[in-house]
Write a protein that binds this ligand. Sequence first.
Ligand code: ASP
Ligand code: MG
Length: 406
Amino acid sequence: MGVIVQKYGGSSLADVEKIMRVANRIVDTKKEGNKVVAIVSAMGDTTDSLIELASGITEYPPKREMDRLLSTGEQISMSLLAMAIQSLGENAVSLTGPQAGIITDSSHSKAKIVRVMSNRLQKELEGDNIIIVAGFQGETEFHDIATLGRGGSDTSAVSIAAALDADLCEIFTDVDGVYSCDPRIVENAKKLEAVSYDEMLELSILGAKVLQSRAVEVAKTHDVEIHVRSSFNHNIGTIVKGEVSSMEHDGLITGIAHDFDVAKVVIFGVPDTPGTAAKILKALADANINIQMIVQSAQSGNINDIAFTCSTGDAKEAASILQEIANNIGAKAVVINEDIAKVSVVGAGMMTHSNIASRMFNTLGENNINIDLISTSEITISVTVGLEECKLAVKALADEFDLIYK
Ligand code: ASP
Ligand code: MG
């Protein structure tokens, strides 16, 4: 008998029939002798529809109200699923994030879970209830609802698994696990048997949508092993954990991530004086704009060009902030390019093999794909390429690094 935490994504709960199927799966898990806590996402595209609804009212919805609105999506799923389970003759109780004791900081729309007060969860489990928790939300110290960012139900699930010291944390989705690259782009993409926290973290940050990166961070901190698998079959999926043996994964490169939601902002002709880069980055940080790659060109004649990437949604605001600074410091121009994508190769093997970058750039060159910005970390190399060339780049690199079934 163990405590099993399961998370069901929106596509697994998209209609009544699917909700009944999930209910049956949860009841089966309970009947095997386990205590079950299920975390749910909003049904299908509910979150997108709610965002659209709000944008019909105002261009800049107040974040507090937006969080209140979006949190209802998960609350619809939780109630319907609890009813479905009760209709199968089992005891079930649904809890909102706050009711489940999820306490967050107050950064609305991207809140972090600071604590899970698990007494209510413990009490319901002792009462032999199956618990259904609305994912993606918690309560701030001011008793307001805050949401955890897109994909945040994953983080709800891992945090609850950590708080309950669960025996298993299963993330149910509509694909069979974590793939080496996006199977919608690369048809024969390999499914990974196991992947380490560090590699999964990079893949998630760099664009893989299968797990929210914050969920991987929490899993790593609390050593929660995650099983990512399909809710549509009983196949074994992918295990995300600390150490992956060479039996489970032997390639140099574990995966390729890509991100279409990237824009490049360049400030041309920045005077080369100490403190200038700091001034630019501070202004962006103050506006809560997340910067990814940062590149400063080799200095020529006491001026530099500074380029960076951010999400497409932030690009215009970033450019207008920078235009003001450019005027103050005498930089020449600020230019945005939204027609780019980022492609990254990720693999712990990079730490011991020096030729990965040359193989990557060679492959892109052979396919006539121009590389724009480049950035690296210990286990990743990222480049930006033209938006149109992104898919070809992913396919060619998957082939080069043996990430497809042949
Ligand atoms: N419903 C939210 C979203 O669509 C959270 C989640 O699904 O994890 O992003
Ligand atoms: Mg998701």
